[in-house]
Ligand binder design. Structure first.
Ligand code: S3P
Length: 458
C-alpha cells in the first residue's frame, strides 16, 4: 500500500534521511510465535561443539549474523560447521588435536559474545589469532578479558589500549587462577573458564552477583565437570579443572528470552494485545525482565513445556495491561542486562516514574544504551533523564506521543524497542536503520507482521 512519510522525521542533526522504517499504531497485536533460538546458547553450542571430540548436532540454532560469525571463527580454528536444514547444524569438533592456527583475521562483526569467549578459548593454545570487528565492537572494552588472561600467565597481545583489532598470542602454559570480575559479566566469566579448560590446575570465577550460567550448564552437557557453589545471597563460585575434554552432543537450542521480551512487551502495550511466545528458556539468570514486567502490573502467564539442552522451557502469554512505574531492583540488573531498551519503552506507557540504577554496564553495550534509550524516549515526547548508572522515565500513564525518529546507533535492541513503541504510541515511530536487527533476531519483522504490526519503509 502507498505510504506517506508522516509527521516530523528529522534526526538530531536536522537531516531528513532518505529512507526510514516506520511502525504505525495498530489496535491489536495477536498471535502465537515460536521464540527464535537463544543467542547466548547458540554461540556456546558452536564453540563447544567445535572444541569437542566427535560430531554434535543442533536444532533451533539462531541464524543471526553474530552467531554465524562464531561458526566461521570455529571453522577457521579447525572445526567443521555445516548447516543441514533451517536452524539445523552439524559441528565436528577438533577434539584432542586441539585448535589450529587460523589463516586469516577473525572478524566478529557486532558480536561481543563471540569475540570475548573466543579470546579466552584460544589463549590456551600455541596459536596467534588476529581478531577484529565492526565499528561498534572496535569501540568496546576488552581489557576486562585481557586482564584475567594475563593473570593466567604468558598471554601476549598486540595493542595497549584494550580495543580490537589485536592478536591473542596463546600459550600452552596457562595456569588456573581464582578471579573475581570487577563487573557482572557472563562474557568475562566464560572467557576465564574457557581459558581454564586448557590451563594447569583449577580455574575459579567468583561472582558477587550471578550472571547468566549457560557456559556452566552447557559445558556439563558436553561432559565437563564444573562446580557451582553459592556465595552469599546473590553470588556464585564456579570452578573447573584444566585438561578436561568435551564430548559431542545432540541438542535443541532453547528459545531466547531476550528476543521474546520484545514480543511480550508488544502484547502488554497493545490496546487489545493477546500474544503467546512458545518455547522460551526459563532460567533465573535471564528472567529479570519478566519479573519487573509483573511488578509493573503485566500479569504474564507461563505454561511449562519440558526442557531443552538442560534448560526449562515455557510458553509465555501477555495480554494488554496498564502498567505502573517502578524502581528496578538492582539485584535483577544482571538477569535483564539486555532488556533495558524495551523496559524503557514499557516505562513510557506506565503511570508514574521508573528508575534504573546500578546498570553502568549499559554504557558499553552495542551502543551507550543509557544515552540511546533516553534519546529514543525524548524523541517521542517522553520525559526521560540519564543517570551515570541508569535512567529515569516519567511514564505517560498510557500511550506516549510518539511521532519521532529514533537514531538506532547501530544497536539492534534500540531498533526493535522503538518499533515496538510505535505499535501502540499515539503516532508512528520511525527508526533510521533496521539492518542490524539481523545480528540477533533476523525474523523480528516477520514475527511482528504475523502479530499484526504495521511496520513499513517510507
Ligand atoms: C552475554 C552476556 C552479556 C549480554 C550479551 C550476551 C553472553 O554481556 O549482554 O548480550 O552470552 O555471555 P556481558 O557479559 O558483557 O554482561
Amino acid at each position: 500500500h502507498a505510504v506517506k512519510a508522516p509527521f516530523h522525521v528529522i534526526n538530531q542533526a536536522g537531516n531528513v534521511p532518505e529512507m526510514v522504517w516506520t511502525s504505525r499504531p495498530v489496535t491489536a497485536l495477536k498471535g502465537v510465535i515460536r521464540a527464535p533460538g537463544d543467542k547466548s546458547c547458540s554461540h556456546r553450542a558452536l564453540i563447544f561443539g567445535g572444541l569437542a571430540e566427535g560430531r554434535s548436532r543442533f536444532t533451533g540454532l539462531l541464524e543471526g549474523e553474530d552467531v554465524l560469525r562464531t561458526g566461521w571463527a570455529m571453522e577457521a580454528l579447525g572445526a567443521t560447521v555445516t548447516q543441514t536444514g533451517p536452524g539445523a547444524w552439524d559441528v565436528t569438533g577438533v577434539g584432542r588435536k586441539g585448535l589450529g592456527q587460523p589463516e586469516n583475521v577473525l572478524d566478529f562483526g557486532n558480536s561481543g559474545t563471540g569475540s570475548r569467549l573466543l579470546m579466552g578459548l584460544v589463549s590456551g593454545y600455541a596459536i596467534n589469532v588476529e581478531m577484529t570487528g565492526d565499528a561498534s565492537l572496535r569501540g568496546r572494552p576488552m581489557n576486562r578479558i585481557l586482564k584475567p588472561l594475563r593473570l593466567m600467565g604468558g598471554l601476549d597481545t598486540a595493542g595497549p589500549d584494550g580495543t580490537l583489532p589485536f592478536a591473542i598470542v596463546g600459550t600452552e602454559s596457562l595456569k588456573g587462577i581464582t578471579y573475581t570480575p570487577p563487573i557482572a559479566s557472563a562474557q568475562v566469566k566464560s572467557a576465564v573458564l574457557l581459558a581454564g579448560l586448557n590451563a594447569a590446575g583449577t580455574t575459579i570465577v567468583e561472582e558477587a552477583r550471578q550472571t547468566r550460567d549457560h557456559t556452566e550448564r552447557m559445558l556439563r552437557g558436553f561432559g565437563v565437570t564444573v562446580g557451582t557453589e553459592r556465595i552469599g545471597a546473590e553470588g556464585v563460585r564456579v570452578s573447573l579443572e584444566g585438561g578436561q575434554g568435551l564430548t559431542a552432543i545432540d541438542a535443541a537450542i532453547p528459545g531466547d528470552p531476550s528476543s521474546a521480551a520484545f514480543l511480550i512487551a508488544a502484547g502488554i502495550l497493545s490496546p487489545a494485545g493477546d500474544v503467546m511466545v512458545e518455547g522460551v528458556m526459563s532460567n533465573p539468570t535471564r528472567s529479570g525482565f519478566y519479573d519487573v514486567a509483573n511488578l509493573m502490573g503485566a500479569h504474564l502467564g507461563a505454561e511449562e513445556m519440558g526442557d531443552a539442552a538442560g534448560e526449562r522451557l515455557i510458553n509465555i502469554h501477555a495480554g494488554a495491561a496498564p502498567l505502573s512505574g517502578k524502581a528496578v531492583p538492582e539485584r535483577l540488573v544482571p538477569s535483564m542486562i539486555d532488556e533495558f531498551p524495551i523496559l524503557g519503552v514499557m516505562a513510557a506507557f506506565a503511570e508514574g516514574e521508573t528508575v534504573v540504577t546500578g546498570a553502568e554496564e549499559l554504557r558499553v553495550k552495542e551502543s551507550d544504551r543509557i544515552g540511546a534509550v533516553v534519546a529514543m524516549l525524548r524523541a517521542n515526547g517522553v520525559e526521560a533523564e540519564e543517570r551515570p548508572d541508569g535512567f529515569a522515565v516519567q511514564g505517560c500513564g498510557g500511550p506516549p506521543p510518539g511521532g519521532g525518529l529514533v537514531e538506532t546507533r547501530h544497536d539492534h535492541r534500540i531498533a526493535m524497542s522503538a518499533l515496538v513503541m510505535g505499535t501502540a504510541a499515539q503516532n508512528p515511530v520511525s527508526v533510521d536503520d533496521i539492518s542490524m536487527i539481523a545480528t540477533s533476531y533476523p525474523d523480528f519483522l516477520t514475527h511482528m507482521a504475523e502479530l499484526g504490526a504495521d511496520i513499513v519503509e517510507v
